[in-house]
Design a protein around this ligand. Structure first.
Ligand SMILES: Nc1ncnc2c1ncn2[C@@H]1O[C@H](COP(=O)(O)OP(=O)(O)O)[C@@H](O)[C@H]1O
Ligand SMILES: [Mg+2]
Length: 302
C-alpha cells in the first residue's frame, strides 16, 4: 500500500469513528422536546405548498412561536418571493464550509428565519461524512432557539423530497380537488409507506370552493389508503378555501396572513396553525432537528 492510500484509509477510519461517536451521543441526548419538524409536501406541483409554508410560518410566529423555514424546493426558491427576500447565500455555502448557518439564514420582519435552498444542495444525498457532520453541528447550534421547523419540499417522488419527508416528525400532504393532484398525493403516501415504512400522514386540501370538495378529496385518498396500504393513518387536518387575496398578496410579495389578515384564507391559516400546534406530537423520528439530520444521514449512507 503506498503512503497516499494508507493516509486516505486512516482519514476514512477517523471520519467513521467521529461519525459513530457523534451518532451515539445524539442517540443518548435524544430528548423529544426539540423543535417540531413539519414537512409540507405533495405529489403534484402548484398545489400551494410554498404559500402554505409561508403563511403557517407567519401564523405560528403571530402565536408566539419561533419558526425556521427550510426551503428544500430545488426547483424554484419561491419562499424568497413571498417574503420579498434576496438571499445572497444558501445552504450550499454551509455545506461547502464557506459560511456558517447563522450567516446564511435570512430573517423576515415577523422574526421567522429562512434557510434558503441552493445549488450545493442538489447533492445532499451524496454528501461526504465530514460534510454531514459539519451540517449537523451547524444545526445543533440552532436547536435551542427554534420551536418549529417547516420544510417546503419540492413536488413529486424524488429522493430529495422523500428524505425530507422521512426526516420530519410530521408530513402534511397537500392536495386539491384536481384528479391528478389526488392520484399524485396517493402515490406519494404509497411510496413513503411501502418503501420507507412511514405510517402516519396529515392531509390538507387547498383551493377549495365548497367544503364538500375537501371531503371528497379526503374520501378518495383515504379509501385508496384503506384498501391498498397496510396500517397507514391519514388524518384530515382541514382545508384552505380558494381566495383571490392569496395570489394578490403574492404579487405584492407579502404573505396573505400579513397583508390581508381578515381574508378568508388568512383566518383559515391562523386556525390551522393553532390546531397543528395543539395536536400531539408524533415521535416516530424522536423529533428534533438533530434527529431530522440524523435520519437524513441514515437514509443517505455512503
Ligand atoms: N388557497 C388558494 N387560493 C387561491 N390561490 C392559491 C391558493 N393557494 C395557492 N394559490 C396559488 O396557487 C399557485 C401555486 O402556489 P404555490 O404555493 O407556489 O404552490 P407549490 O409550492 O405547491 O408549487 C400560486 O399562484 C398561488 O398564489
Ligand atoms: Mg413551491
Amino acid at each position: 500500500m503506498d503512503q497516499a492510500s494508507s493516509l486516505r484509509k486512516l482519514i476514512d477510519q477517523k471520519n467513521k469513528a467521529m461519525m459513530n461517536n457523534r451518532m451515539s451521543s445524539l442517540q443518548k441526548s435524544s430528548m423529544p422536546q426539540g423543535p417540531r419538524v413539519i414537512s409540507v409536501t405533495s405529489g403534484k406541483g402548484g398545489v400551494g405548498k410554498t404559500n402554505i409554508v409561508a403563511n403557517l410560518a407567519v401564523s405560528m410566529a403571530k402565536q408566539g412561536k419561533k419558526v425556521l423555514i427550510f426551503d428544500a424546493d430545488l426547483g424554484l426558491a419561491n419562499i424568497d418571493i413571498i417574503f420579498n427576500m434576496h438571499p445572497r447565500f444558501n445552504i450550499g455555502h454551509v455545506i461547502r464550509g464557506e459560511k456558517n448557518l447563522n450567516e446564511v439564514i435570512v430573517h423576515t420582519s415577523h422574526g421567522i428565519g429562512i434557510v434558503p435552498a441552493g445549488s450545493g444542495f442538489v447533492n445532499l444525498t451524496q454528501l461526504e461524512n465530514s460534510e454531514k457532520l459539519h451540517l449537523l453541528s451547524e444545526f445543533d447550534s440552532l436547536d435551542q432557539e427554534i420551536d418549529v421547523m417547516l420544510i417546503d419540499t419540492g413536488a413529486g417522488i424524488s429522493n430529495n423530497v422523500i428524505y425530507f419527508n422521512l426526516a420530519a416528525d410530521e408530513c402534511i400532504v397537500v392536495a386539491t380537488f384536481e384528479p391528478t393532484s389526488i392520484t399524485d398525493a396517493y402515490a406519494m403516501i404509497k411510496v413513503m409507506s411501502t418503501e420507507h415504512n412511514t405510517k402516519y400522514f396529515k392531509l390538507l386540501v387547498n383551493m377549495v370552493s365548497q367544503p364538500e370538495e375537501a371531503k371528497s378529496v379526503y374520501g378518495s385518498i383515504s379509501r385508496a389508503v384503506d384498501r391498498f396500504l397496510n396500517n397507514v393513518i391519514l388524518e384530515y387536518v382541514g382545508f384552505i378555501p380558494i381566495d383571490t387575496m392569496l395570489p394578490t398578496s403574492v404579487i405584492r410579495r407579502k404573505p396573505v396572513v400579513e397583508l390581508f389578515p381578515n381574508a378568508v384564507s388568512s383566518k383559515t391559516f391562523m386556525q390551522l396553525s393553532a390546531s397543528l400546534l395543539a395536536s400531539p406530537r408524533r415521535f416516530e423520528s424522536n423529533g428534533n432537528i438533530k434527529f431530522f439530520l440524523k435520519k437524513m444521514m441514515n437514509f443517505t449512507k455512503n
